[in-house]
Write a protein that binds this ligand. Structure first.
Ligand code: XUL
Length: 469
């Protein structure tokens, strides 16, 4: 049996084919938003905005990328062999759909009218932009939620009110543009939006991704009506169902153009972190994962519901059952890339040589290029506990990585201690970063062979569907 996993992350969309019997990756292709779809003007996955706290994308970018990645896959692989589809999206981002949404979905059952996905979806939105997880422009809404619910919000939804979470984002939209909010018929997460397009029908939100909204009662697995009513008028009506283990989604006729068989089952999409939990095999307790991507995240399966007393970390649903903990550090790979460019060195130096030549250097620096969330810290540039200008290039690199890893260690103690840490994501190729993690956490560090753990997780979730049922 072959399954397809689709991962729509911050800067790219990937499609990976998985052989369920051999547990092997058969092929993988990707589309980069900046390189392959420059016409959307989102080189790093978001639209330029003069306010550094605002981070929004054009949702049609994700639609175009889905079309393109499936075309790329069909060009190099016999997609008719694929038996089921699963996937994930960057967490927290929200898509606002208006009157045209139902007709756009219905049009996807007709493969013959020749229009692209973007052409079919173009009139479906009540808001032309989608706030993504990097947005921190909702301080006022977070304060209002905190004042109204205090501890109850964390204890019911798994997280305190957080700027990038979907609830505060919806609250801000409803306040800033009540007319467009009133015209909104459906609000999807990136994950459930893309899954809906594949199915030609509204897909549910799973508890893995839904927990990143500040709206879901995680204990009950349903929308918290009291919180939803406080966030925005008639919000529960606009949200998709919460996935309860059965959904019956099937691939829409449109996708026959890529050789896929219409009618194959689709697993509800989840968030990129819950998908990575499954893809790395860490959906069973005992192993922690550090994913080094646009954001750095630390996560692990958690059998029982337990929240971070300091209020920085989160609890999400584990797609394999139970819960997962997560801490997210916004200044991850994009920040490291900025430092690498500032220093003017190549990847070999940044990933390895610097750590050999400045091995004994104990300085610490942190790259606050984006407003940091774990813990909260304004974007102030590089903060070092030594004279940055006087340091060598190698010392700068080593200190930045140490600063990031030490902060991660401090902020994830509530999750537990682990003998083994599995690293994944682009920057896991760096020997220097892996060595720093091993030293700071006092753990064995294993690199996952598959860099696309989120897409793999989506494909594994698809393999668990009862095909033909
Ligand atoms: C997690 C988070 C990010 C995004 C993008 O809370 O905000 O990890 O999911 O990867």
């Amino acid at each position: 049996m072959l399954t397809l996993g689709i991962d729509s992350s911050t800067q790219s969309v990937k499609a990976l084919v998985y052989n369920v019997e051999d547990k092997s990756v058969v092929t993988a292709v990707s589309v980069n938003f900046g390189k392959d779809l420059p016409e959307f003007g989102c080189p790093d996955g978001f639209l330029p905005n003069e306010d550094p706290l605002v981070r929004q994308a054009d949702p049609l970018l994700w639609v175009a990328a889905l079309d393109k990645v499936l075309q790329k896959l069909a060009d190099s692989f016999d997609t008719s062999k694929i038996d089921a589809i699963g996937g994930d999206g960057q967490q927290h981002g929200s898509v606002y759909l208006g009157d045209g949404w139902s007709a756009a979905l219905a049009s996807l059952s007709d493969p013959s009218d020749g229009r692209t996905l973007v052409e079919r979806l173009d009139g479906a939105f009540s808001r032309s932009v989608a706030p993504i997880w990097m947005d921190s422009s909702t301080h006022a809404e977070v304060a209002a939620l905190d004042a109204r619910f205090c501890e109850a919000l964390r204890l019911r939804t798994g997280s305190p009110a957080i700027e990038r979470f979907t609830g505060p984002q919806i609250m801000k939209f409803a306040k800033d543009d009540p007319t467009a909010y009133a015209a909104t018929k459906r609000i999807h997460l990136v994950s459930s939006f893309l899954c809906s397009i594949l199915a030609g029908a509204d897909a549910p939100v799973d508890t893995g991704d839904g927990a990143g909204m500040n709206l879901l009662d995680l204990g009950k697995g349903e929308w918290d009506r009291e919180i939803c009513d406080f966030v925005a008028p008639r919000l529960v009506e606009k949200l998709p169902c919460v996935y309860d283990g059965s959904c019956g989604l099937r691939l829409a006729g449109y996708f026959a153009k890529y050789g896929l068989r219409p009618g194959i089952p689709i697993a509800p999409f989840t968030g990129d972190n819950p998908a990575s939990l499954v893809g790395t095999g860490a959906d069973k307790p005992g192993v922690a994962v550090i994913s080094l991507g646009t954001s750095d995240t630390f996560f692990a399966a958690m059998p029982n519901f337990r929240t971070d007393p300091d209020g920085c970390g989160h609890v999400f649903g584990n797609p394999s059952g139970g819960f997962m903990s997560l801490a997210c550090f916004k200044n991850g790979s994009l920040a490291r890339e900025k430092v690498r460019t500032m220093v003017g060195c190549d990847y070999r130096f940044f990933d390895e040589t610097a750590f050999e030549s400045a091995a004994g250097f104990k300085g610490r620096a942190f790259p606050y290029f984006e407003e940091e969330i774990t813990p909260k810290h304004e974007a102030t540039g590089i903060e070092a506990d030594f004279r940055w200008d006087a340091a060598s290039d190698a010392e700068k690199v080593v200190a930045i990585v140490r600063g990031q890893v030490l902060n991660m260690f401090e902020r994830t103690r509530w999750i537990g201690s682990f003998d083994t840490i599995c690293v994944t994501g682009g920057a896991s190729r760096s020997k220097g970063i892996r060595g720093t993690i091993a030293a700071v956490f006092g753990a064995k560090v294993e690199t996952l062979d598959v860099p696309d753990s989120a897409a793999l997780g989506g494909a594994i979730l698809a393999s668990r569907l009862k095909v033909g049922a």
